[in-house]
Design a protein around this ligand. Structure first.
Ligand SMILES: Nc1ncnc2c1ncn2[C@@H]1O[C@H](COP(=O)(O)OP(=O)(O)O)[C@@H](O)[C@H]1O
Ligand SMILES: [Mg+2]
Length: 345
C-alpha cells in the first residue's frame, strides 16, 4: 500500500528541508507495510530514519499533530521514545534508535512477555496526557458493529458474485453477532474508559534493547480508544502459532503459553485497568481477531480493494486463519480466563 519509487533528488530535497545536507546513503529499511521507510547514513556518522507518510491512509496534518504531541509529552516525562528530528509533511525524520533490534514475529514466551510489557508501559506513560483529546486518525477503527455493518453491505451488494461461496464464513459471523458490540457498548456506558492507546501492537512496532528498555515505535494510530484494543490485537498477532495467511489450518491456533506470557507482561504494567476492563481481557483477544476476520471477508466480497493481495483468494485465506484463531480461543476460553485471574490479583 502506498509504496512507490523515489528519485535521489526527491529524497535529498526532503532531507534538506529537515536540515540534513550530508547524507551519504539513503536506502529502504524495515518491513513496514504502511509508510515508505528509509535508513539515512551521513558523513558525520549520525543516522536517521526517514519516512514518507502514506497519505492514502492518513490525514498528514492530523497525524503530525498527534505524533508531535505524543513524542513531546513522553520526552517531557523522560520516557525514551521516537525522537522527531524534523517533520515536513508528508516527510518526517526520526533519530535512528542505535543498538535496538526488531523482530517480525514472536518466537518464544520471553518475546511475548516483552511485547506486552512494552505496550502496557506505553499506555501507562500516556495515561496522564493533558487535554485536548488526541485526533481520531482513523475513525471507528475498532468499532466492531460498524465492521459488521460494512460486511452486511458487502453481502448485499455482492459485486463479485462471491456471496454464495462464503455461506459457511457468514454463518460463523452470524453465530457471534451478539458479542460484537460488547466493548463499544461498555465504552458508551462509561464502564470502560477511553484511553490513549497504540492500536497497532505487533511486535515489530517494539524496538528491543539488550537491557530491556524497549521503545514503542510506529505511533501513527496512537489515538483515543480502549486499552483492550491493544491487548486484543496483541493476542491476535502474538499468540498465533502461524502466519496470518497460513493455508494449512491445522497449523493455526492460539498458543496458550504465549497467551499466558502476554497476560503476565501486560498485567504487570497495566495497573490502571478497572474491573470492567479486566473482566474482558480474554474476550478482547477473541473479539479483535473476529473483527479482523470480518474485515478480510468484507474485502474478499468487495473484490479485494483495501488489503494488498498476492493471489486470488488471499483475503479469504486470511479470513480463515482469523476465524480458526477465534475457534481456538473459544475452545481454550476457560483456561484463558483462569490465566487472567492468576495474574490479576
Ligand atoms: N527510529 C528508528 N530507529 C531504528 N529503526 C526504526 C526506527 N523507526 C522505524 N524503524 C524500523 O523500521 C520499521 C518500519 O517502521 P514503522 O514506523 O513501523 O513503519 P510502518 O508504519 O510502515 O510499519 C520498524 O519495524 C523498524 O524496524
Ligand atoms: Mg510498523
Amino acid at each position: 500500500m502506498g509504496s512507490r519509487n523515489y528519485t535521489p533528488e526527491e529524497l535529498s530535497a526532503a532531507l534538506a528541508s529537515m536540515g540534513v545536507a550530508d547524507a551519504t546513503d539513503v536506502s529502504r529499511y524495515g518491513s513496514g507495510h504502511i509508510n515508505d521507510t528509509f535508513k539515512v547514513e551521513t558523513k558525520s556518522g549520525v543516522r536517521y530514519i526517514l519516512q514518507r507518510v502514506n497519505t492514502d491512509i492518513f490525514d498528514p496534518v492530523l497525524l503530525k499533530s498527534n505524533i508531535t504531541r505524543v513524542t513531546e509529552f513522553l520526552k517531557s516525562k523522560g520516557v525514551k521514545s521516537l525522537e522527531v528530528v524534523g517533520y515536513e509533511n508528508p516527510w518526517r525524520l526520526y533519530a535512528f534508535l542505535e543498538g535496538y533490534t526488531s523482530v517480525d514475529v514472536v518466537t518464544d514466551v520471553r518475546e511475548a512477555e516483552q511485547v506486552a510489557a512494552a505496550f502496557a508501559k506505553f499506555q501507562n506513560d500516556l495515561a496522564d496526557m493533558p487535554p485536548p483529546r488526541l485526533e481520531d486518525i482513523i475513525k471507528r477503527f475498532h468499532d466492531t458493529p460498524d465492521r459488521l455493518r460494512q460486511l452486511d453491505e458487502a453481502v448485499a451488494a455482492d459485486v463479485k458474485g462471491r456471496k454464495a461461496s462464503v455461506a459457511k464464513e457468514l454463518a460463523f459471523v452470524d453465530a457471534r453477532r451478539a458479542q460484537c458490540s460488547r466493548i463499544v457498548d461498555l465504552m458508551k456506558s462509561g464502564a470502560i474508559p477511553e484511553r490513549v492507546v497504540h492500536q497497532d501492537t505487533k511486535i515489530n512496532n517494539v524496538m528491543l534493547a539488550p537491557d530491556g528498555t524497549n521503545v514503542v515505535i510506529d505511533l501513527d494510530t496512537t489515538m483515543p480508544g480502549s486499552a483492550l484494543y491493544d491487548f486484543g490485537d496483541m493476542v491476535r498477532t502474538s499468540s498465533a502459532a502461524a502466519a496470518e495467511d497460513e493455508k494449512d489450518l491445522s497449523k493455526v491456533y492460539s498458543k496458550k503459553e504465549y497467551f499466558e506470557a502476554l497476560v503476565k507482561g501486560y498485567l504487570a504494567g497495566a495497573k490502571f485497568l478497572n474491573e470492567a476492563e479486566k473482566a474482558n481481557i480474554a474476550f478482547s483477544g477473541r473479539l479483535l481477531t473476529l473483527e479482523c476476520g470480518i474485515r478480510f471477508l468484507t474485502d474478499y466480497l468487495n473484490g479485494d480493494t483495501y488489503f494488498h493481495t498476492s493471489y486470488a483468494g488471499h483475503n479469504l485465506v486470511r479470513c480463515h486463519t482469523q476465524f480458526k484463531m477465534v475457534e481456538s480461543m473459544e475452545e481454550q476460553a476457560a483456561e484463558y480466563e483462569a490465566i487472567v485471574k492468576k495474574y490479576s490479583s
